[in-house]
Design a protein around this ligand. Sequence first.
Ligand code: SAM
Length: 390
Amino acid sequence: MQKQGSLLDICNHNGAKKKTAKRNKKDFFDKFDQGTCLKLDLLERSVKSWLPVFITQNFIEEINLVDFFAGEGKDASGKKGSPLKIIDTIQLFSNLITKREKGLTINLHFNDDNQGATERLKVHLKKIKDKVPVYVDIKITNKTYEDLFEEILPSLDKNNVANFLFIDPFGLALTRDHFQTISSLRRTDFILFTPVTNVQRFCEQNGFKQHFPGLKRSYFEDPKTAHRKLCEYIKKNWVIDEYYLHSFAIQKAKGHRHCLIFGSRNKLGVYKFIESCWKEDPENGESNFSFEGDLRTEDCPMIPELAGSQKIKNFQASLDKLIRQKAILSNQDIFDFALDAGFHPPSSHVKDVLKKLKKDKVIKNNLSRFGLSYNSVDKGLVDLEFITYR
Ligand SMILES: C[S@@+](CC[C@H](N)C(=O)[O-])C[C@H]1O[C@@H](n2cnc3c(N)ncnc32)[C@H](O)[C@@H]1O
């Protein structure tokens, strides 16, 4: 793979930003802030819903979970960081793993280029070594993200493996080349944590331009939706084959916005990530802040039906309209439309629309058999039964 100038270097090591990066590193493990805790919760949820998909497939012999920027393992107050959260999550599946007909190895690769961080991580891991199941193999390395990426690529590209990559730098790390390599791997999903405010601010600067050709500051109209726009940019400019991406925005206390970008070649992957996002944010399923037009119940005590997220209202209005216009004709169509809009297809957001259409005598499907889950849609197509009047 062709090496480009490191985005991390450009982002973290030029002029004034060097100081900021050092301060980030110093403060980060003192106390994980709310945004970091939210990021880690979402990582935990995602790994929890991702693991059983591959544990239950007997042809999978190895699962690789790679934490490229693993850090120290805990903050100073004892809150668990990504490596320990990943280990906790794996332990939930002991029964499922021991029931398998064939053996399985889960390779945990924890890396950080800071030796102090990996030493502290080793101390934390030593304390829990008796709790780590025998099928888990932990490797700790002290390399740069770029070097590790090149080194482990062949092991991610083997037959009979599934990979989950967590890319959690202080700055920007993922380049178009890395993205395209990752997205070409089979059974490989990733979560990238990225400071979207920085992409927005620096995208027209030299160095950034080579990674984000054609990206202009003006492209990000509303800073609150910058995570969506970044995802759209990646879809349009980086994605080669069919690929699914979804983002979740996190506003930190100082106002800086970051986002988690999830990527998968598989529809099931993004279906599960979207479900996790809605569990984390029942208002909009995509952020820890509200968007333009959203109203909380306490904002409109006189007319409570005005309350709610504009995103949900818009989605439901579009779904209703498309079904009435017969542009959406089956459970498969509904499933794809919902997923594309960042909604979980079997959620009440979708079902409420269908119930209303039934009540309005537009369709007459028996909703209990409608089948909007991934498994149901995978099993087969169910056409909407439209009621036609003579
Ligand atoms: C945001 S922290 C990671 C936090 C960790 N995932 C957790 O949950 O606790 C970023 C880490 O990346 C490390 N780091 C910075 N630049 C790196 C690079 N080029 N390669 C690998 N690690 C790097 C830092 O030492 C730091 O520990």
